[in-house]
Design a binder for this molecule. Sequence first.
Ligand SMILES: [Zn+2]
Length: 359
Amino acid sequence: MNNIACFPGKYIQGRGAVNQLENMINRFGSKALVITSPSAAKHLPANFSQSGLSSRVHVEIFGGECCEKELGRIAGIIKSDKSEIVVAMGGGKVIDTGKIAADRADLPVIVVPTIASTDAPCSGCAVTYTPDGVFEKVHYQRLNPSVVLVDSEIIAHAPVRFLVAGIGDALATWFEARSCASTSSTNECGGLSTLAGKNLARLCYSILLENALQAKKDCTAGVVSQALENIIEANILLSGIGFESGGLASAHSIHNGLTALPETHSYYHGEKVAFGVLAGLYLTGAPKEEIDQVYAFCKSVGLPTRLSDLGISRTNHDGLMQVAIKASEKGSPIHHENKIITAKMVCEALLNADAAASI
Ligand SMILES: [Zn+2]
């Protein structure tokens, strides 16, 4: 098997970066379809509504779910407008819709995340749901987004819980990439990890340890500081390349297991992934110093360290077993870990991780 890494074509981050959107669109063509939500649309540069630009840029409000029905509607607009490029601006579902729609129409996509809650913007994969919001499948695009444009000012003014959830998603990146490298498991690009994939994942973890707490304070105050810039880059770029080119393992598998319980549905992806990291440390027998470091980190930034932080009771044994069975099902990336994993072991790890939070 070959070593494979995937990257976005161009990554731009900084205060006022959204003002480069017109320039980026012009590199690919003259007719653009911008898919966005009502709350994200207010961050579009002022000239997007002025004549001249508005005649060749169609701003379309997202239907609310990344599902086949919405993808069909967007495909119809791309066809009738003869769009030459797609821009997806907003949160995860808008971005996933833009990525899939552009790939199907063989067009480039510019991704403009307005929150830093996951590492999905840079990746070449996206998830569809049923119109009622139930997970359907993962779609792999032929290429990663052509441009990822992140305006730090917009992220700094988004609710801080999104940033913290993104930190939780990014926290998993090094642990999962390390596991995949140690067992020569396939990454999300369908190959083995490169030095770049593994080492960007490692860099992601050290940037989190050094900057996350300060970045959280700065985001709460709405201030674009160097610490916040570093965390935005860790959450979106380093974690994005790190998970896709490094690979997934127990943390995301436990996240997938946790989604089986309805009580976890109001918690963000990164919040569940963070608890998956903690349980994964017990599952894999990580050294005590490392466990202590990750618990202290999660507590300091306010990521979940107990089952009750995700709405789950530790006495709900049937529920926990359901989580463990789903996490350890055949084909799950949990089997990229360096030992044979059973559902019983996952269940014990969930309880041990929960109990450790009280020590
Ligand atoms: Zn994730």
